[in-house]
Design a protein around this ligand. Structure first.
Ligand code: PLP
Length: 450
């Protein structure tokens, strides 16, 4: 199909308010994405670009999977829409619920469906508070999140998240949400060892609980690895200490698996990589490889038993909770991941190869630290390799634009460059990813006169 790039850009600039975009600065300058195959996207000017971000951390099986298209078409022909409210249900939602609870850790046997990660986190807030009401402790309402965490853009999602600009815009945020430190060793902890710093960051949860009074604290929420915050991989000491604190004080642990779930860290769920036992796990994105919008909350037995046995009707749900076409696509997506052994391959082959190749970027003059876990990677850009002094804000965005111009999508989070490629990436494509990343860094260094 032919696309008139000029007209599309003009119309985009005139009428389209993009998410997370300065519309005025964008003007009519958007890049128009018209197609995709495998791990590549195509733009309206005929460029083929390696999508090292899997869209927004979601196209885990890559683009162009006919099986997923067929699953949607078949389901839409049979039953394009029905809901699961009151006393109805439909086969795709039932089958997906069963499949998810088979894949989840043993203590998780229920799922509540939503349409997105943000809706999943809104659901979590209401579920957690409902749980404590039913337990006879209605004052336990405070949920503790982390600075720079990301849990979505609805009011609850933005409040749980710890992104300062999101809190500043359109406030006030939800009451009874508090934030603690993030385990960002390179940015905030280099004067001590990563393990010491990991313990310190985890213990800020204990401090916060004591400060608030445990009788007020309902839950702690965190991503196993902070994604949008800059691929913050916690030191090994971090998660065991968080688990200990949650257990000791009896508060619920919520692992936001929206990015880390479905193979990103080489396990079905990121929390399995860290050996933690969350009570609730919000999911979305990779659940359907992003082909159709669907999310959910995986609910552990501790919470499910109380909600079901004592709760009566839960006044909560979305028109598209468990939408049949989305559920059918998600189910097929999970089946394909199983049939093709995607997760074991990520764990045993792709992630180790990626880690090795990605680490070769450490010698670049702009790079102060390279890190990766599973198929998540980050590069810390520095102005001075010897002192690790950071750049003024702006260089990350410049590097991201250079990536696009060089034929690769990478994301910038401040002056941190991050990647999250499709799980189906091959070794040859990892080589290509690293080569294009280096090319983009070189271009940025030249522009900066370094
Ligand atoms: N939670 C995490 C960890 C995310 O990364 C995101 C999106 O990036 C969300 C929640 C929100 O998901 P959605 O954009 O589907 O609402």
């Amino acid at each position: 199909q032919q696309h008139d790039t000029h007209t599309l850009r003009q119309d985009d600039g005139r009428h389209h308010l993009h998410p997370f975009t300065d519309t005025k600065a964008l003007g009519s300058g958007s890049r128009i994405i018209t197609g995709a195959d495998g791990i590549y996207i195509h733009d309206s000017e005929g460029n083929r670009i390696l999508d090292a971000m899997s869209g927004l951390w979601c196209v885990n099986l890559g683009y162009g999977r006919r099986e997923l298209v067929e699953a949607a078409a078949t389901q839409m022909t049979e039953l394009p829409y029905y809901n699961n409210f009151f006393k109805t249900a439909h086969p795709p939602a039932i089958k997906l619920a069963k499949k998810l609870t088979e894949l989840a850790p043993e203590h998780i046997n229920h799922v509540f469906f939503t349409g997105s990660g943000s809706e999943s986190n809104d659901t979590v807030v209401r579920m957690v508070r409902r749980y404590w009401q039913l337990k006879g402790q209605p004052n336990k309402t405070v949920i503790i999140g982390r600075r720079n965490g990301y849990h979505g853009s609805t009011l609850a999602g933005a409040s749980l998240g710890g992104m300062a600009p999101m809190h500043e815009q359109g406030g006030p945020m939800l009451p009874d949400v508090e934030h603690i430190a993030q385990p960002y060793w390179f940015g905030e902890g280099r004067e001590m060892s990563p393990q010491e710093f990991g313990l310190l960051a985890a213990r800020s949860l204990e401090q916060k609980i004591k400060e608030l009074g445990v009788e007020r604290v309902a839950a702690f929420i965190a991503e196993p690895v902070q994604g949008a915050g800059g691929v913050i991989i916690p030191p090994d000491s971090y998660w065991p200490e968080i688990q200990r604190i949650c257990d000791q004080y009896g508060i619920l642990l919520i692992a936001d698996e929206v990015i880390c779930g479905f193979g990103r860290l080489g396990q079905w769920f990121g929390s399995q990589h860290f050996n933690i036992k969350p009570d609730l796990m919000p999911i979305a994105k990779g659940l359907s490889s992003g082909y159709l919008p669907i999310g959910g909350v995986l609910v552990g037995d501790r919470v499910a038993e109380v909600l079901i046995e004592q709760g009566g009707e839960f006044y909560h749900g979305f028109t598209y909770s468990g939408h049949p076409a989305c559920a059918a696509v998600a189910l097929r997506n999970l089946e394909l991941m199983e049939e093709e052994g995607i997760i074991a391959r990520v764990r045993e082959v792709t992630a180790p190869y990626f880690a090795k190749q990605w680490a070769t970027l450490a010698d670049h003059p702009l790079v102060g630290e390279v890190r990766s876990l599973g198929l998540l990677g980050a590069l810390e850009l520095v102005a001075d390799k010897a002192t690790l002094a950071r750049f003024e804000p702006g260089v990350g965005g410049q590097c991201r634009d250079n990536c696009f111009a060089s034929g690769i999508v990478m994301r910038s989070v401040g002056e941190t460059m991050v990647v999250s490629p499709p799980l189906v990436i091959t070794e040859a494509q990892i080589d290509e990813l690293v080569r294009l990343a280096r090319q983009s860094l070189d271009l940025t260094a030249r522009q900066l006169g370094l």
